[in-house]
Ligand binder design. Structure first.
Ligand code: FPP
Length: 247
């Protein structure tokens, strides 16, 4: 039986988040510039998006560009930005054909104008699709998001829209970029690195973590299914004991 056939359709996560890592190393291993790895990473993005849509998943969040990535050499940042523009342009039709809605999280204002424009156009065009929501984390970092949420909540308290005694985890979640999304049940990181790197820190409080050695440009549907199968073998206890969650 293939890995896909072994998956329990009733126990699929609604939301999977992925830290796509290893593009640079993949390119270097082939004696190419790092950008070559990013270009090939686009195929893996297509594969996981297709797989998630086929399985009927509701949210797939991809860490495409972190706040810290702005510190990379200018030629790499520029190449990543043009890759985003060209990929969004070329893939919008596929998103439409597969009923996928595009969304982004992160500090959009810091993105170049052409990226902002293409992104906004694709988000607008796909807004009525109700299958998978593909969420691109762009110029995103979790600490940035949490600090923005704190500023916003402080302003609402100051303006009398919210009483500070009402603030709890659920209310605070509504001030984050992911306000209308469920927390990811599963977080995948490729390339053998065992870090979270400032990604969805609040949202992954109870997520299952899955690390694999595959470099992102080599990541295919089969690897995604393997991660899901591994996830399905875990017992999620949310702080309770095993007997309580089995009931
Ligand atoms: C991490 O590998 C990857 C990135 C920072 C960029 C991810 C971007 C893409 C896959 C392409 C564009 C995406 C979309 C959604 C169209 P790394 O460069 O840190 O690899 P390394 O750790 O081997 O150096």
């Amino acid at each position: 039986m293939s890995v896909r056939e072994q998956l329990d359709k009733e126990k699929l996560p609604k939301h999977v988040a992925i830290i796509m890592d290893g593009n640079g190393r993949w390119a270097r291993k082939r004696g190419n510039a790092r950008v070559f790895g990013h270009q090939h990473g686009v195929k893996s993005v297509r594969e996981v998006t297709e797989a998630a849509a086929e399985l009927g998943m509701k949210f797939l969040t991809l860490y495409a560009f972190s706040t810290e990535n702005w510190n990379r050499p200018k030629n790499e940042v520029d190449a990543l930005m043009s890759l985003l523009v060209s990929t969004i342009s070329s893939e919008t039709k596929t998103l439409m054909d597969n009923n996928v809605k595009l969304k982004s999280i992160g500090c959009k204002e810091t993105l170049p104008q052409d990226v902002q424009k293409k992104l906004a156009a694709c988000i607008e065009q796909t807004k009525n699709n109700d299958g998978l929501t593909l969420v691109l984390a762009l110029s995103y970092s979790s600490r940035w998001e949490i600090v923005e949420g704190v500023k916003h909540i402080a302003n609402d308290v100051r303006d009398g829209k919210l009483d500070s005694s009402q603030i709890n985890a659920e209310i605070f979640s509504r001030y984050l970029e992911t306000a209308d999304m469920p927390d990811p049940e599963l977080l995948i990181r490729t390339s053998g690195e065992l870090r979270i790197s400032n990604f969805l820190l609040w949202q992954i409080a109870y997520s299952e973590l899955y690390f694999c050695n595959v470099l992102w440009p080599d990541f295919r549907k089969e690897h995604f299914f393997e991660a899901l199968l591994d996830y399905q073998g875990r017992e999620r206890r949310f702080g309770k004991i095993s007997d309580q969650v089995k009931k």
